[in-house]
Design a protein around this ligand. Structure first.
Ligand SMILES: [Mn+2]
Length: 254
């Protein structure tokens, strides 16, 4: 495929264990790569998280878009003055360091950002918000975690789980205000950073979609897995398309 304008879009990679835990790798889901290439129509480049390595100010100057997909590890609580994790909690300090700084620089420079699952949480923490460690332990909140039975298929896991009420740009993009989403998460937004507006809320009152206030480009986070079969979910597909359009607009300007 040839492009007249080739936006430079990075996907934040996560630290992963392969070969039965004997080998560390940086990676992301194939569904993320496919969705960025097919639905955003941008070339997907993986950005490995490396602690204290990137000059994020310079990197953001060269980027046309940033995609923040889910990952197994949660954002470490010292980034938002939360209680320390238990010792066995998976962490990814390289991704935390890289993404939290890069989000601030991208917002500064008007680089489009699309965060999903862990990605919406990173956007919120980067700009001064906080997270619930375990949503299901918060009074009045439901269990949003993925089903744990071992014989469950991957298709079953990524099925829409609960409803969200949309407002603002997400309602406009979806063309409706009440949809079901494949939201699977243990952590969730507690205090929202001031510069974001709430655009999706679950039935138990959890913030599941945010957009930068006075957003001149596309700075959107959703708690669900928009990367999973966007062809079968109108809003998720349109979000990738809108992100791709914003990245192309940035590439033309740059
Ligand atoms: Mn949820």
């Amino acid at each position: 495929m040839t492009h007249n304008i080739e936006p430079l879009v990075c996907i934040a990679a996560s630290l992963m264990e392969v070969a039965n835990g004997r080998y560390a790798a940086h990676g992301t889901g194939q569904t993320v790569v496919r969705s960025v290439s097919r639905f955003a129509n941008c070339e997907p480049l993986l950005l490995p998280g490396v602690k204290d390595y990137y000059d994020c100010d310079r990197l953001a100057d060269r980027l046309d878009g940033l995609v923040l997909p889910g990952g197994r590890a949660n954002v470490e609580p010292h980034h938002f003055s939360g209680d320390p994790f238990p010792d066995d909690e998976p962490i990814d300090p390289g991704r935390d360091d890289t993404v939290l700084l890069l989000v601030r620089n991208c917002i500064d420079k008007g680089v489009p950002i699309f965060g999903m699952c862990r990605g919406i949480q990173e956007m919120n923490v980067a700009m001064g918000g906080s997270l619930h460690y375990r949503v299901h332990l918060v009074e009045g909140k439901d269990d949003h975690r993925m089903p744990r039975n071992e014989d469950i298929t991957i298709e079953e896991i990524f099925k829409p789980r609960h409803r969200v009420t949309l407002s603002g740009s997400l309602a406009r993009i979806a063309g409706e205000s009440d949809i079901r989403v494949n939201s699977l998460h243990g952590q969730g937004i507690d205090r929202l950073a001031d510069m974001f507006a709430v655009e999706a809320v679950s039935e138990d009152g959890l913030i599941e979609g945010i957009r930068l206030k006075d957003d001149a480009t596309f700075t959107v986070g959703v708690q669900w897995h928009a990367e999973w079969e966007p062809s079968s979910h109108t809003l998720s597909r349109r979000l990738f398309e809108a992100f791709g359009d914003a990245a192309r607009a940035r590439a033309r300007e740059r």
